[in-house]
Design a binder for this molecule. Structure first.
Ligand code: BGC
Length: 921
């Protein structure tokens, strides 16, 4: 190991996946750090963490609450705090150092901090208040004026609402968060937020102002109607101030707060807002405002649920979109095309509106034949904002208490109101870091990747929803179960899914262990269904695998075991009944429901067994292993024939059996051949639905039918991913043909243009086209499997993934018979790298024979790949491909193609042509 460019250093510190988080209520937070080095094959052999209350003492090397001591381990991810009990409200400072592979310590890292919020009922002094009655959907305002004798050295607001709320202090917004406190089952759990408002405090009179809308608490929810949790929104605010002289002050919600209706006459998440600018009361959240007309707030009994610190990232405006085109299909109507199907609101700028004139804003994902927005697919969601002008020369308005899913914005107003900036799209999403990037030589597949990300962005608001636009927008468990593996590649979902939504899911589980179809649970939605309820197993599995924190397993383990108990109790000799959604929305013959149910049952038992072992629950691990075996045998007995075919002979059946590992080894190849045959028999199209589509390509590519997988991905005609792109889709659609080949939308009853389930193929794209794979044996990407599988139309691909160990990068180009690959593996991780080559002597790294390059160990050649093990660092591999003689071509083809390709002469010729094309490029 020779030194290259310096030693190891610590570049990033995270607590529970956040940089210096404010207001956590986790008293055993997990510390992670990112290591960098210019040297190859560098790793951590030990660490030491110091945590203290005094930054100066910490700088001197003293941590008064925790000194971990020197711990000999490679672990740099989610190291649990194990010091003195952490106190509510307290800020702690921490730093870490690590020892490298040579046993040399790094310098101490920069210090970072984390601050606790309130930890339980005893820390709350505020009482819940409600506003004056002003119509069930009105947005109420509250204000409290209070004197501050001294400058504040520290001021924190701890606040939440039954409804959705926004705060102002002395006329300034406290934050840019939207839709706080987020959707949870308020009967069980309400998230509170913590804001640092020190800079907004001033000596003398101060004001806190709050706006409170019905939101999920009292407004319309999906299919459940209005007022699911209660009729009256309520507010809870506790402002704690420390003054320069050490005195402290606490301002809390109580009936001394004053309340009034504001300009938002009504607000609803599904229906939109009505805003009357004539009712604006400038200065209402500043000192000295005359609130004589306001009335006293009333006490509200508050919720049954417990208060917890916000677990997931807040919803914020993450992007702005300017219109790419404007049309005027009717007098007084302008339709703005934002060029992208998005979720959020608009910022409106209007001119010369007469006081009382009404501006109507409607939203649609596509246009109707007359050029107006098409809203039939929104069903009963009115998704309309009304702005009643105040009569100013210029007026600006942005709805704050509603969300729409749209690309086109239709504004009806007097002609003179329109100006150059009438509409700006304000994109809302969870505000979490991007995780991955993915780009290839195919413009269509790049657009597909963008569409997937846009659908994730628009459906990850507080909870993962099926769709963001129609009167549904529910946390359908099946959708996120299939999409989670893709979601974690695109964005950091550690908190959104791993902390927040899994808590929603546990809250939603029934006493009998059934996991419902949506979380939060809503009336009229069932539970216990295959593929949907299994989210309680699959989502923790993905989160644990991605972020490497076993606490994901321990937090969810009881819930998983109860789900397994439910499945066992509701099966007959290990076969599940013919109930549930099956392979929902199949594009052809769907598999028998009991087959789907039994397949999901076996897979969940297998995953729970694996997770139980990891957390040392060996009894349960044994039970689950045995259960998995029995379910697999029952599956084989009931559905699998000796020739490898399955009952129903459906593509989905084959996909699930292959992907969930349900087949006896001797039948795998045969079953895979049946799948390939079934796909070919349909003219190379999928007939699968929500559960099988995401697994379809891996079932093929993982079983010697890589070419068939690429054919499906490359298929331009409907049904296919590329068809949606060719039709101009900018998000993933609920149906392959949400826009039918004649350009018209299909049946509006179930037709979302922003439904990520079929976008779950993103996971396969990252893994197979770009080649970045986690190693299930070493969670958290401690070991990475780099295995691009070039094929189809692709001549290059590149992806990055910001793992908990640091940035992984892999990019390859296939040109003039050469395969070249650049690679970056973070410190404290290793990788197995597969290079397409018949023998290792044809592979170079950094210009040298790869097997003798620094930090590169040759393992073996197998299945047309040379395998190497590398440590951290940047690498440049080159391989001369051996497609020289026609003889060699056909040898390669026999291995690379599926059996049915070989049988069909035409297919082989077209494949040959494609390979030749790639080689020419
Ligand atoms: C949703 C789906 C969901 C399904 C359950 C639909 O209405 O939009 O995405 O999973 O119901 O079958």
């Amino acid at each position: 190991m020779t030194g290259r460019n310096g030693t190891m250093r610590i570049t990033e510190l995270l607590v529970n996946h956040m940089t210096s988080p404010l207001g956590i209520d986790d008293v055993f937070p997990g510390f992670s750090w990112i290591l960098e080095s210019g040297e190859r094959h560098q790793s951590q052999t030990a660490y030491q963490i110091l945590v203290g209350t005094d930054p100066a003492a910490l700088a001197d090397g003293h941590g008064d609450v925790w000194d971990s001591g020197i711990v000999a381990t490679s672990r740099s991810v989610a190291v649990r705090y194990a010091g003195l009990p952490l106190e509510p409200r307290a800020r702690y400072h921490w730093k870490v150092r690590a020892w490298n592979a040579h046993g040399q310590p790094t310098d101490w890292s920069q210090a970072a901090w984390f601050e606790l919020g309130l930890l339980g009922a005893r820390d709350w002094r505020a009482g819940w208040i409600a506003g004056a009655e002003a119509g069930a959907q009105a947005v109420m305002r509250f204000r409290k004026e209070f004197p501050l004798p001294q400058p504040a050295t520290r001021a924190r607001i701890y606040s939440t609402a039954l409804g959705i709320y926004q705060l102002e202090v002395n006329g300034e917004p406290v934050c840019g968060d939207r839709l706080a406190p987020g959707w949870t089952d308020y009967r069980k759990r309400i998230q509170y937020q913590t804001y640092d408002v020190t800079a907004l405090m001033r000596p003398g009179a101060n004001v806190i102002g709050a706006s409170l809308a019905p939101g999920w608490y009292a407004g319309r929810i999906g299919t459940a109607g209005r007022g699911l949790y209660g009729q009256h929104p309520a507010l809870l605010v506790q402002l704690e101030i420390t003054c320069a002289d050490g005195r402290s002050l606490c301002v809390v919600t109580d009936p001394s707060w004053r309340s009034s209706a504001g300009p938002v006459v009504s607000a609803d998440l599904l229906d939109g807002e009505v805003y009357d600018a004539r009712r604006e009361t400038p200065g209402w959240s500043r000192p000295g405002f005359n609130d004589l007309g306001w009335i006293q707030a009333t006490r509200h009994e508050g919720p049954e649920g417990t208060l917890v610190a916000q677990a997931g990232p807040p919803v914020r405006v993450v992007k702005e979109l300017k219109p790419v085109a404007v049309s005027s299909p009717r007098p007084g109507v302008r339709v703005f095309d934002l060029g992208q199907n998005m979720v959020g609101t608009v910022a409106l700028k209007l001119r010369h509106g007469e006081a009382g004139a009404r501006v109507i804003v409607r939203y649609g994902e596509v246009l109707d034949p007359g050029g107006m927005v098409y809203t039939e697919n929104l069903r009963t969601a009115r998704a309309t904002d009304h702005y009643i002008c105040g009569g100013q020369a210029e007026e600006a308005y942005e709805p704050s208490f509603t969300v729409h899913g749209f690309r086109h914005v239709e504004v009806t107003a007097e002609e003179r109101c329109f100006g150059p900036d009438t509409v700006t799209g304000r994109v809302l999403s969870m505000d979490a870091p991007q995780a991955g990037t993915f780009v290839t030589s195919s413009a269509e597949i790049n657009r597909l990747q963008e569409n997937i990300v846009w659908s994730q962005r628009g459906n990850f608001l507080s909870i993962p929803t099926d769709c963001p636009q129609r009167d549904e927008r529910l946390g359908w468990t099946g959708d996120v179960s299939v999409f989670a593996p893709t979601a974690v590649f695109n964005m950091d979902c550690s908190r959104f899914l791993g902390t927040k939504w899994l808590a929603d899911l546990r809250d939603a589980q029934s006493d009998d262990g059934a996991v419902p179809d949506t979380a939060p649970r809503v009336p009229g939605v069932g539970g216990g269904n295959a593929g949907w309820g299994d989210a309680i197993v699959t989502v923790p599995y993905v989160i644990w695998q991605t972020y490497g924190d076993e606490r994901t397993i321990t937090d969810n383990f009881d819930a998983m075991m109860r789900w397994m108990g439910y499945l066992t109790a509701h099966s007959d000799r290990y076969l599940r009944p013919a109930t549930g959604w099956g392979d929902w929305q199949p594009a052809g013959d769907g598999p028998p429901l009991d087959l789907v149910g039994t397949a999901c049952f076996a897979r969940s038992a297998t995953l729970v067994a694996e997770m139980a072992t990891v957390i040392g629950r060996h009894v349960e691990a044994g039970q689950m292993l045995e259960l998995a075996g029995r379910v697999r045998s029952a599956f084989a007995g009931a559905y699998v024939a000796e020739d490898g075919s399955l009952a129903g002979d459906t593509q989905a059946g084959y996909v699930l059996a292959l992907s969930f590992g349900l087949l006896p080894p001797r039948l795998r190849r045969k079953t895979a051949a049946h799948l390939a045959r079934a796909v070919r028999a349909q003219g190379w199209r999928l007939t699968t639905g929500f559960l099988a589509t995401p697994e379809s390509l891996s079932a093929l590519s993982g079983n010697d039918h890589l070419d068939a997988a690429y054919r499906l991905l490359g298929r331009p005609e409907c049904p296919s991913w590329r068809y949606q792109v060719a039709q101009g889709g900018t998000t993933v659609w609920e149906h392959w043909d949400s826009v039918t080949p004649d350009g018209s939308p299909r049946d509006p009853a179930m037709n979302s243009f922003n439904h990520y389930a079929n976008g779950a193929i993103g996971d396969w794209m990252y893994r197979n086209i770009a080649g970045i794979n986690n190693d299930p044996e070493r969670p958290g990407y401690a070991h990475v499997i780099i295995r691009p599988r070039p094929g189809g139309e692709f001549t290059s691909a590149a992806a990055t993934f910001n793992s908990v160990h640091g940035m992984i990068e892999c990019g390859w180009i296939f040109k003039a018979g050469m395969f070249t690959m650049t690679l970056r593996i973070p410190v404290n991780a290793t990788a197995t790298v597969y290079i397409p080559a018949h023998d290792e002597t044809r592979v170079k790294e950094g210009g040298l024979q790869a097997s003798s390059a620094e930090g590169v160990d040759f393992v073996r050649c197998e299945n047309e790949s040379a395998q190497f093990i590398v440590g951290s660092g940047r690498y440049y591999f080159e391989a001369l491909l051996q497609f020289r003689s026609p003889q060699k071509h056909s040898v390669t083809l026999r291995i690379a193609c599926c059996d049915c390709c070989l049988r069909s002469g035409n297919v082989q010729v077209s494949y040959l042509r494609r390979i030749a094309g790639i080689l020419r490029a």
